[in-house]
Ligand binder design. Structure first.
Ligand code: DOR
Length: 430
């Protein structure tokens, strides 16, 4: 719709026309005002690997890319699996994050019994488990451990679904050196299908809600479609954009991630699941490594690619090319996260909600480049790609954090609020 939006005290206070005078106005003529876009899967590497990324650079990249809040993963060092590690992350983000933020609690055999109390720490968006080994030491490979984690607590459990036994059994395919194009052969369709099937069975058995991350196969989508009542689904821009084997020929280990980029047939299956509603959320899985690390011979090269800054432009380009509607993109990056993670104050342009907005110019064409990347890693897998649709403003609780590609003000980020972590005493009396 065509309308003005009034903001006071960080909240949306009016929507309509003739709203009266304001201390400050922002002219959005010709632009589209979206509710603040949320990236619910990033790895910002702090503490433990701040040579790859940190909360300052990662959140700058987010704001420059039109993201208003990020949810950060627990495979840092130390792992975010107890109260001291979780509180340490909150302390590090305070006064340093350019966007709002939340952190996942890692679920493992070591903390399974304490998850019910740990998962409700303020600033916690949910629990994360790795069924297959990836970057870091967080691994819950067997059914007994996963079951134990799912039995404790109530918050959503985000799952990296790759079957570790099958990964181990097939490692010989690449061990000792191989071309990076063998990555999806080692970590094949069955690696993912089997893990997703297992976690769906365990979710059903325990009655626990799971959010299955970065789905890469039509086989999994067919399973997930049968379990919408208990499992939500994430897809990533990179799995929707790149295809094997070309991506490995063109950008080498920059395209290496877990689970892998697969062929064009699988990419088409992801798009089909996206337009038919099986996919709930698009997250970037921003997983930076330095170019020096990426230059190691495969398979010593680490898996993961940056993505928080490019999520919005890459997906807007898919909108421009007619693969999804703008409304569906907002559903995937705002309403989806609000629904799955139960956001208390974000996720809608409506009175009383946080004044979080992503301003986009749907007509503007730009070329994504390594030079634009604010991530400490300093590169993007989309280097050289021309896109149409560009984020030109990031507004967080009324603060203009990015305008026309410039960061403004300072790191105003605060922890995101979730329904479960708001104590009854902090709710306003009627
Ligand atoms: O490729 C990946 N890299 N996949 C993951 O699940 C982890 C991530 C990382 O942290 O580097």
């Amino acid at each position: 719709m065509d309308a003005d939006i009034g903001v006071r005290g960080g909240k949306i206070t009016s929507i309509g026309t003739n709203l009266g005078n304001a201390e400050r106005t922002i002219d959005c003529k010709g632009l589209t005002v979206l509710p603040g876009m949320i990236d619910s899967q990033v790895h910002f590497r702090e503490p433990g690997a701040v040579h790859k990324e940190d909360l300052d650079c990662g959140s700058r990249a987010a704001a420059l890319g039109g993201i208003t809040a990020f949810f950060e993963m627990p495979n840092t060092n130390p792992l975010t699996i107890d109260e001291p590690a979780f509180t340490d992350k909150l302390d590090r983000a305070k006064g340093r994050s350019w966007t709002d933020y939340a952190f996942y609690l890692g679920g493992s055999a070591a903390n399974a019994e304490r998850i019910s109390e740990l998962e409700n720490m303020p600033g916690c968006c949910g629990v994360k488990i790795f069924m297959g080994a990836s970057t870091g030491d967080l691994l819950s490979a067997d059914d007994a451990t996963i079951r134990e984690i799912l039995r404790h607590g109530k918050r959503v459990v985000a799952v990296h679904a790759e079957d570790n036994d099958r990964l181990d059994a097939r490692k010989h395919l690449v061990e000792g050196g191989a071309d990076v194009s063998a990555h999806p052969e080692w970590r094949d369709v069955e690696v993912c299908r089997r893990a997703t099937e297992r976690v769906l069975r365990l979710a059903r058995e325990t009655g626990r809600r799971v959010h299955v991350l970065h789905i890469t196969t039509g086989e999994e989508m067919a399973l997930l479609e049968q379990h919408k009542d208990i499992a939500s689904v994430e897809a990533t821009p990179q799995h929707l954009t790149f295809a094997a084997p070309e991506c490995y020929a063109e950008i080498g280990t920059r395209a290496q991630m877990n689970p892998p980029i697969r062929d064009a047939g699988q990419r088409a299956a992801l798009w089909n699941a996206l337009v038919t509603g099986v996919v709930d959320i698009i997250g970037s899985d921003h997983a930076p490594h330095t170019l020096e690390e990426k230059a190691r011979p495969y398979p010593e090269s680490p898996s993961g690619m940056p993505g928080v800054q490019t999520l919005v432009p890459v997906m807007l380009n898919h909108v421009a090319e007619g693969r999804l509607t703008l409304q569906r993109l907002v559903d995937l990056c705002v309403y989806g996260p609000a629904r799955v993670f139960r956001l208390a104050t974000k996720g809608r342009i409506a009175l009383g909600y946080d004044a979080d907005f992503t301003l986009v110019d749907l007509k503007r064409s730009e070329i994504i480049s390594d030079a634009w990347s604010a991530s400490k890693s300093g590169w993007t897998p989309y280097d050289g790609m021309k896109v149409t649709g560009w984020p030109v403003g990031t507004i967080i609780r009324g603060h203009v954090v990015m305008q026309d590609g410039e960061l403004l003000g300072g790191p105003v980020g605060l922890p995101v609020k979730f329904h479960e972590t708001i104590s009854p005493s902090s709710q306003t009396a009627i």
